[in-house]
Design a protein around this ligand. Structure first.
Ligand SMILES: Cc1ncc(COP(=O)(O)O)c(C=O)c1O
Length: 385
């Protein structure tokens, strides 16, 4: 049987991972500055993570959500402690799209309303409700177009006010730093004012921290820098270091009722064990501090490279902007220098999303490779013009 062909693939087969490296079947070593798309938060095959999963699966890997699972409460308590957010409740699911889908549902149940405001360049996932509030018409099927969703310009509160005054809006959703969209971050004033407008009008503010959360920006959640309090926070990627787990934090002012949300796999024993070990590592290994420090180093080094025209993002969610399209540069970094990097909707932006325990020496070798690759890319560009 063939696989349903939806992913353009690089001709590389990683079979092993260790820290910030992955290895292919011939033993070739790749520096992972992509983190499997911002997922590998504490590093590949982190020993405590491996141990936690092995021990849990040998006891009980799964049972349904119809029984008591103390690991869910342990995860919630650890999350509160490590993230510093308070007076929220946790609902567990298995992916980023599912987290956002559930957040929209909670907002709609709570307000009794059905329209959602999203922003230009947003990416919130591929299931029906969240693809409807994603700014990419190419990935919406006719079935997805039935939702009441309104797209607005990012960083402008006037249109937001005007839409909310129509009194049919359940939720406003944004990524504080847009990932797939290309690392744009609005001003603190925008976030604060948007939060205020939502509060005054009893509209739910959903912050999508699926990519930016779990320490990736140097803060546990990216919104914390802007001192706002979302009604609902969604999480996934870094949460399980690759084990599929997502979640939403719901303000305690929003009440729950049986059957309102549910899932078979969400919050299972194995997922919780993985999630708890990730939080342990983030805390015990000071990974948020490391993220902030390495980020400064990257920004300093990148500023010395003339071909880099702009540095976007925060922490280890960085975009290096060039004045040419980077597809060929990315390929050269991967195939000539064995460095994984990421792309985005902005074709001139190289994305850096490594494990949060990465060290300066990894970036030293990246910048050496980048400088060499830039030389050969410049030659190619000159030859073709
Ligand atoms: C900000 C954001 N939200 C949601 C999603 C969807 O997550 P998933 O692919 O786990 O469904 C992504 C995935 O890239 C994302 O970056």
């Amino acid at each position: 049987m063939e696989l349903f062909d939806v992913y353009p693939l690089y001709n590389i087969t990683p079979v092993k991972g260790e820290g910030c490296y992955v290895f292919d079947e011939s033993g070739k070593k790749y520096l992972d500055l992509y983190g499997g798309h911002a997922v590998t938060s504490i590093g590949h095959a982190h020993p405590k993570y491996v141990k936690a999963i092995q021990e849990q699966v040998s006891k009980l890997g799964f049972y349904s959500n119809s029984i008591k699972n103390p690991l869910q409460k342990e995860l919630a308590d650890r999350l509160e402690e490590v993230s510093g957010v308070q007076d929220y409740s946790l609902f567990l699911c298995s992916s980023g799209a599912e987290a956002n889908e559930n957040a929209l549902k909670v907002a709609s149940f709570h307000t009794g309303k059905d329209r959602v405001i999203y922003f230009e360049n947003a990416f919130h996932g591929r299931t029906s409700g969240v693809v409807a509030i994603t700014d990419n018409e190419n990935i919406k099927a006719p079935f997805n177009l039935g939702h009441k969703a309104t797209k607005l310009a990012f960083n402008d509160t006037d249109p937001l006010k005007a839409e909310i005054e129509k009194e049919d809006v359940a939720a406003v959703i944004f990524e504080v730093i847009q990932g797939v969209g290309g690392l744009d971050e609005a001003s603190s004033e925008f976030y604060k004012e948007a939060a205020e407008i939502c509060k005054e009008n009893k509209v739910m503010l959903i912050v999508d921290e699926v990519q930016s959360g779990y320490g990736r920006t140097g803060d546990f959640f990216a919104f914390q820098k802007h001192s706002i309090r979302p009604d609902i926070i969604t999480m996934a990627k870094g949460m399980g270091n690759g084990f599929p787990i997502g979640g939403i934090l719901i303000d305690n002012n929003i009440s729950s009722k049986y059957g309102m949300l549910g899932t078979t796999f969400g919050g299972n024993h194995l997922a919780c064990a993985a999630g708890i070990s990730v939080l342990d590592a983030i805390k015990k290994e000071n990974l948020m501090q490391n993220t902030a420090e390495i980020s400064e180093y990257i920004k300093e080094e990148a500023a010395r490279i003339p071909e880099i025209k702009k540095i976007k993002g925060r922490g280890l969610m960085i975009g290096l902007v060039f004045d040419f399209e980077i597809a060929s540069l990315r390929k050269e970094l991967l195939f000539e220098y064995q460095v994984f990097t990421g792309a985005s909707a902005n074709k001139k932006l190289l994305r850096i999303l490594p494990p949060l325990n990465i060290k300066k020496e990894h970036f030293k070798s990246f910048f050496d490779a980048l400088k060499k690759a830039l030389k050969s890319q410049t030659k190619k560009i000159e030859a073709s013009s």
